[in-house]
Ligand binder design. Structure first.
Ligand code: FAQ
Length: 311
């Protein structure tokens, strides 16, 4: 009797049984996972650049140690995610080539510059905060290696979010100049952070299938709304004004109403025309070229060992 592989797959998805690398899966499922996981990996790797910019200028040894640890964590996240993508049959070099050629996307947020020390705290509080909201449901994604990688990633992101918020609390109790620096950073990071959740649901082309396959559990707009509701009281505690005149508590809905995102800016950044897109890709390409000797040495060592085993 012919086995209905599609039916077995559908049943697993419906019964919350994880799909593993050697299981049969529809090609479209494989393709969308490779797309999302590799873009997620690229975001972690490119995401190191805006913060790395401040490692040498952190205001104290302690802040420097924390920032170094955080940036190294992001490198680790990128590496787990590249491995998770490899389990779907795509090679690491292919995914990297797609990043370097500009074919693959990475999160729009990392194309904004880090102009002051307050920006580093903002990245921890807002950017990692948004990343956690999006990634906690991914711990239950239907694809095993992706879901399992997310567990550790989320634990680390939660430390990142706290260290960012704590550094902003310090600034919020500081001099008038420090408070002004904090508000200026808020004005620049608020809207780009809301854009991280992706386009509005009615134009989110991948959502329907990703939700059906239980890769995504909540829609882009649902997570964005949750983020606003969580962040407003945290901003108030810091004494910050959120740069949105339409932000207002809606008693009936039990959540905040907020203004319209500048979608033209979002798509412009996604298409490669943001403030730092070119700089970010140049930095990644240069790092890859400068690392060629390490890859060559590793390959030569592998060949030598193989040769010895044959002798
Ligand atoms: N930027 O149909 P949808 C982090 C693209 S990690 C650029 O809604 P989907 C840690 C999207 O790819 C941050 N492009 O797509 C950290 C699609 O194009 P495609 C990254 C975006 O996949 C912190 C098109 O628009 N997190 O921050 C963006 O269903 C601090 C249509 O969109 C993840 O990647 C965007 N913001 O939903 C590191 C989480 N939004 O691919 C360092 C995993 C959408 O068809 C420092 N990913 N696009 O050519 C996801 O959850 C989903 O992929 C979404 C997008 C929610 C990002």
């Amino acid at each position: 009797k012919e086995i209905d592989l599609q039916a077995i797959f559908d049943q697993k998805i419906d019964n919350e049984v994880r799909i593993e690398p050697k299981d049969w899966m529809p090609e479209a499922y494989r393709k969308t996972l490779i797309r999302q996981i590799s873009q997620h990996a690229h975001s972690e790797i490119v995401g190191m650049l805006p913060e790395a910019n401040w490692i040498t200028r952190a205001p104290s040894l302690n802040r420097k140690k924390i920032l170094l640890a955080k940036v190294q964590d992001e490198a680790g996240h990128g590496l787990y995610l590249y491995c998770a993508a490899e389990t779907l049959g795509v090679s690491r070099i292919q995914t990297l080539n797609d990043l370097h050629s500009g074919k693959a996307k990475y999160s729009s947020i990392f194309n904004y510059p880090t102009l002051t020390w307050a920006d580093i705290g903002m990245i921890g509080w807002l950017v990692d905060g948004a990343a956690i909201l999006n990634q906690v449901p991914l711990c239950r994604a239907s694809y095993g290696p992706y879901a399992r990688a997310m567990v550790r990633v989320c634990k680390e992101e939660s430390f990142h979010q706290r260290q960012g918020y704590e550094s902003l609390v310090v600034l919020s109790k500081g001099t008038p100049e420090q408070k002004a620096m904090l508000q200026d950073a808020m004005n620049r990071w608020w809207w780009p952070t809301l854009m991280m959740f992706g386009p509005a649901d009615d134009v989110s082309s991948n959502s329907e299938l990703s939700m059906r396959w239980r890769i995504k559990r909540f829609s882009n707009d649902e997570l964005r709304q949750r983020f606003v509701d969580i962040s407003v009281p945290q901003a108030e505690y810091l004494g910050l004004t959120i740069p949105d005149p339409d932000l207002k508590w809606n008693e009936e809905k039990g959540q905040y109403d907020f203004g319209e995102i500048d979608w033209e800016e979002f798509w412009n950044v996604v298409k490669g025309n943001g403030k730092c897109n070119k700089q970010r890709l140049d930095a990644r390409r240069t790092a890859h070229e400068n690392g060629a000797w390490v890859r060559d040495a590793a390959t030569a060592y592998h060949e030598k060992r193989k040769q010895r085993q044959l002798e």
